[in-house]
Ligand binder design. Structure first.
Ligand code: GLY
Length: 356
């Protein structure tokens, strides 16, 4: 179940107190020309960034200091890439894409370079990005050669006239647009290969050669990366990228590229990126549920995110999500023992956490 300590929400980056923010939100635009939301953000200029590098069975006792440093450094570099853009007045779309690209290039995370293997030993990646201002979205699935799937998702959104493209058609579109394509060998990492062998052995035999039960952890099975951001103009964006689940059938597509499941953004409510058992997040329409609970039920972000994740858990799914609302509140709930995650705290301080 979800531990109470998994949830927290806070206001960031602005000297404005919650009381001031509330006051700003209630004040009608003095000029009568600006929408109330624009007015709020003109006054506060609040920006926000939250990222994740996947949720799962992440146990402190099994983590070496060196490994932990590598994860933390990857998350910090992703925060730095996204935050720099927001600080300079850049868009939440640019910030989320930049943060996700850093994680895609880092072999420790299951996306881009560090993608897990399918049952036939290939790598197939999915990604999506969504613009909360226009509700435009771009998604890609079953990519085999695109170095940074999140950037192709952005191009699909902006240049293809479509929302979702997959496989060879998506890669042809990538080629036409000068997107970097790489050989499948680029995605080989020993650790992911070993995880595939372990899972396949476990499927064949319930016990290993020494007669010991083979323990399959969430880390062996899945992982995803994502970012959500609020920019100084009050625009929200969400971006998610993944190699999917280890030993998945070729052609299997998870929740990350499914708008409203693993990725969702709407300036009226929030931006969400999920990680975990994709099948359950799709069935629960998790990302859109957080937004809908806020929009139609008036729920605060934290409660909406918790309710959506509980729906996933009731179906049998594990994982987590990150979300930010239009006022800069953030929440990072998960129902696993850990989730690689980070956000930019007060005074621009980077906070990176792994365990419960
Ligand atoms: N959440 C990632 C996937 O299931 O593919």
């Amino acid at each position: 179940m979800l531990g109470a300590n998994c949830f927290f929400a806070f206001l960031l980056f602005s000297a404005a107190s919650p009381a001031l923010a509330q006051e700003s939100a209630q004040s009608p635009a003095a000029s009568g020309e600006k929408a109330p939301d624009d007015q709020l953000h003109m006054q506060t200029g609040r920006i926000g960034l939250v990222i994740h590098g996947g949720a799962g069975t992440i146990e402190r006792s099994k983590m070496t200091p060196q490994r932990e440093r590598q994860y933390r450094s990857g998350l910090e570099r992703a925060l730095a890439a996204g935050y720099e853009i927001l600080k300079q007045g850049g868009s939440s779309l640019d910030a989320t894409e930049a943060a996700v690209r850093v994680l895609e290039d880092d072999p420790h995370f299951n996306a881009g370079k560090g993608s897990v293997f399918t049952s036939v030993g290939t790598n197939e990646m999915d990604a999506a990005i969504m613009d909360g201002k226009t509700l435009s979205a771009g998604a890609v699935a079953s990519l085999k050669h695109v170095k940074n799937p999140i950037s192709l998702a952005r191009l699909v959104m902006q240049k293809s006239g479509h929302v979702m493209m997959d496989g060879e058609g998506a890669e042809a579109f990538a080629r036409e647009n000068g997107v970097e394509l790489v050989d499948q060998k680029y995605f080989f990492t020993q650790e992911r290969w070993d995880a595939l062998q372990k899972i396949q052995a476990a499927e064949k035999h319930r016990t290993g050669a020494a007669g010991k039960r083979i323990l399959i952890t969430d880390e062996d099975r899945h992982g995803t990366v994502g970012a959500v951001a609020l920019d100084k103009n009050g625009n929200l964006a969400a971006a998610t990228s993944t190699g999917g689940t280890t030993n998945k059938r070729p052609g299997r597509v998870g929740d990350s590229p499914v708008v409203g499941a693993g990725t969702y953004a709407n300036n009226a409510t929030c931006a969400v990126s999920a990680t975990g058992d994709g099948e359950y997040f799709i069935r629960a329409t998790a990302g859109h549920d957080v937004s809908a609970l806020m929009e139609y039920r008036g729920m605060p972000l934290k409660e909406g995110a918790q309710t959506a994740l509980e729906k996933v858990a009731k179906l049998g799914g594990t994982g987590g999500l990150i979300a930010i609302d239009r006022e800069g509140n953030m929440t990072l709930p998960f129902n696993t023992s850990g989730m690689y995650r980070g956000y930019v705290g007060l005074n621009g301080k980077f906070i990176v956490e792994i365990y419960q």
